[in-house]
Design a protein around this ligand. Structure first.
Ligand code: IMP
Length: 197
């Protein structure tokens, strides 16, 4: 089964294909057409993932999976949230802004969220789900792996930040993998025809 991933990020397509391959089902995610350019003006991760999925469906008219994700910090009332990618001009400045805003705050609880929407070839929402990875924001960035806010995020029950974990370790616990496994499970149970011997 081929599914268009509503994202122009090749790394994301690769990461999602790796998780799908590990899951052991015959699903391949492919890039959308070149003119895919959604306007993400939703108010929630779920709305934004739906907007991306619809936009990709208009172009490809096939199975579509879209995701939208970000970091939500309790003491900042859920910020940066859907503005995670735009919180400042560079990844380093975005981390700096978060650390400044949390300066002197004891409550460091946060979570990464990833909403996914699966649309069928008829253009209807087949399934949607939000995956989360809970943790805390540390005071100084640590680690070189991953991207975005990984260097300041300590997953619950871990002593390393996500940027200090390997890609495989991150894939065990990330918000994206939690959401994707739920979607893959839905596909496996409801959409793939299993041969009966
Ligand atoms: P996107 O919706 O997956 O493109 O993510 C939006 C923004 O959220 C990214 O630009 C990052 O700033 C942040 N983000 C999402 N997922 C992660 C992650 O796994 N690690 C660190 N930052 C993330």
């Amino acid at each position: 089964m081929k599914i268009v991933l509503a994202s122009s990020n090749e790394h994301k397509v690769q990461e999602i294909n790796e998780i799908a391959a590990d899951y052991g089902i015959d699903v391949k995610f492919i890039l959308p057409p070149n003119n895919f350019n959604p306007i993400e003006n939703g108010k929630t991760f779920q709305e934004n993932s739906y907007i991306k999925a619809r936009e990709a469906w208009k172009l490809a008219k096939s199975w579509i999976l879209a995701d939208d994700s970000g970091l939500c910090i309790d003491a900042l009332n859920g910020a940066p949230g859907i503005y995670s990618a735009r919180y400042a001009d560079t990844p380093e400045l975005r981390i700096k802004r978060v650390l400044n805003e949390l300066n002197g705050t004891a409550d460091r609880k946060a979570y990464f969220a990833c909403a996914m929407t699966l649309i069928n070839p008829q253009g209807k929402v087949e399934y949607s789900f939000e995956g989360r990875c809970e943790g805390t924001i540390i005071r100084e960035p640590r680690g070189k792996n991953g991207f975005g806010y990984d260097p300041i995020f300590l997953p619950r029950n871990y002593t390393k930040t996500i940027a200090e974990l390997s890609e495989d370790e991150k894939n065990q616990i990330s918000h994206r993998s939690v959401a994707l496994r739920q979607i893959l499970n839905y596909i496996k149970t409801n959409l793939l025809i299993t041969e009966i011997h």
